[in-house]
Design a protein around this ligand. Structure first.
Ligand SMILES: [Zn+2]
Length: 226
């Protein structure tokens, strides 16, 4: 049976890294919402579509994209992945109660996943790290300006080991912005995790202070049990 993994955790807890590891080792499709939206909005011809034009304006001016539009695009992408018969791992969705559970007019992502994959094949993972470490990790983060591959500051390398692109700091990783992102996570995303727990979904919490490969060993054991 095909599986779904939804990873929760504050910025800097290593959601993207663990999702990439699942993709490489267990053939999951890694669905990164932020990157997906960016690709949609910057695709050639995107500005000919009035809806994409509106959302691109939000995106470029630092405003949030329209929630119902985001939910629709996540669901469309999810349906395509499910139709192709693949496992899926989310490292940035659902971010809000609306994305997860929808409202009277919109079906949420969780209801769709229940239908496409079956409730018992959904695993919720939560990566736990203290705020102090979240802030420290993010403020030390350098990413490749071309492929987006992150590198630990300790490595002090100017060019990406994968593609040779120049390493850069992202504006969303400066300490003030991280504090806002942490607050957003606590007030908007964490309640989604709590609600899934309340509804009896399979939940695993992992101490994410260790090195990524050690965390992944733990996740691998859990994955093979479901
Ligand atoms: Zn690169």
């Amino acid at each position: 049976m095909k599986k779904v993994v939804i990873i929760f955790g504050p910025p800097g807890s290593g959601k993207g890294t663990q999702a990439e590891l699942l993709a490489r080792k267990f053939n999951f499709v890694h669905f990164d919402t932020g990157r997906y939206e960016e690709n949609l909005l910057y695709a050639p011809g995107a500005l000919k579509d009035p809806v994409l034009q509106r959302e691109r304006k939000n995106f470029d001016t630092g405003k949030l994209c329209t929630p119902s539009w985001i939910l629709k695009t996540i669901k469309q992408a999810t349906e395509k992945i499910a139709q192709s018969g693949q496992n899926i791992v989310y490292s940035g969705s659902p971010r809000t109660m609306f994305e997860a559970f929808g409202d009277s007019r919109h079906q949420g992502l969780i209801a769709l996943l229940n239908k496409l994959y079956g409730r018992k094949n959904i695993l919720i993972l939560k990566l736990n790290i203290p705020d102090k470490i979240s802030i420290k990790r993010n403020s030390e983060r350098w990413v490749c300006s071309v492929c987006g591959l992150p590198l630990l500051a300790r490595a002090r390398i100017k060019n990406c080991a994968f593609c040779g692109g120049k390493m850069r700091k992202r504006s969303l990783d400066n300490p003030e912005v991280i504090k806002i992102r942490l607050k957003e996570y606590r007030s908007r995303t964490f309640p989604v995790f709590q609600e899934l727990k309340r509804r009896g979904y399979k939940i695993q919490e992992v101490n994410a202070q260790k090195l990524p490969y050690l965390i992944f060993q733990k996740i691998s054991e859990i994955i093979q049990q479901i």
